[in-house]
Design a protein around this ligand. Structure first.
Ligand code: UTP
Length: 228
């Protein structure tokens, strides 16, 4: 089973969280049946937003701010690689290099890790494009909220949470959002469009307890939002 995981930047804020996440990912690729192949895309989180806001204050345009965000996502990719036992040693910077290395990654049970790729979207879109490109069986979006809501639940306590959502509904929800560098949306609109066109099975999941990742991949159980 080939799984792409988009892990939100919040999980790279300290060594303990990174280690907890790495333990789970290692456990999955070392699983005795040998059937799980993992491709991880790391977000930039608060650190990326911090540097983006400094750059904006200095007059940088949005594309430059995006490149700053991309640089920070790659720093997080390196942090995760440092914590993993089974990582491919270098972060990937584009989709084609990952695809070219598929046989080596999969026979060696290595976890591929990459950050952002190009301005104009976020690592949600990177993970969706990667999932489409390598024909992944599952795309997991690991975030700090327990699924997709019709508004940001941190700002609107009455926001409605979805157990299931069609990809068309997801596109409708996300295209209302502004796509500036560092903007905080649960799934970016580019990712939603890729999920819609590719039909990849996608689950948005709270990763505060990384065991949730094992539950969904091995047992198919989750409390997130499934995009159908
Ligand atoms: P993130 O993917 O971390 O954005 O990329 P995010 O939505 O803030 O996600 P969380 O908070 O980590 O979950 C950080 C910023 O880097 C730029 C964008 O500006 C994005 O907001 N970026 C990232 C790109 O321009 N292209 C990419 O491929 C990735």
């Amino acid at each position: 089973m080939r799984v792409v995981l988009s892990i939100g930047g919040a999980y790279f804020a300290d060594a303990v969280r990174i280690k907890n996440m790495a333990v789970i990912l290692d456990e999955l690729v070392e699983y005795p049946t040998g059937s799980y192949r993992l491709y991880v895309v790391t977000g930039g989180g608060a650190v990326a937003r911090h540097y983006i806001s400094i750059a904006r204050e200095l007059g940088a345009n949005e594309a430059i701010c995006d490149y700053i965000g991309i640089a920070l996502t790659r720093v997080n990719a390196r942090l995760l690689i440092s914590a993993l036992r089974n990582a491919y040693p270098e972060p990937f910077c584009d989709y084609t290099s990952v695809r070219a290395k598929l046989p080596e990654l999969e026979s060696g049970r290595k976890i591929a890790v990459m950050g952002g790729v190009t301005p104009g979207y976020t690592t949600d879109a990177v993970s969706a494009i990667l999932a489409e490109y390598i024909n992944a069986d599952l795309l997991l979006n690991i975030t700090t909220v327990d699924g997709v809501y019709d508004a940001d639940p941190r700002k609107y306590p009455g926001a409605r949470r979805y157990d299931r959502l069609t990809s068309e509904e997801l596109v409708r929800l996300t295209t209302r959002e502004e796509l500036k560098a560092g903007s905080r949306i649960v799934i970016d609109p580019v990712a939603a469009k890729i999920i819609e066109r590719s039909g990849i099975r996608t689950i948005v999941l709270d990763g505060s307890n990384p065991r949730n990742i094992i539950d969904v991949i091995i047992h198919g159980r989750h409390h997130g939002t499934e995009i159908i």
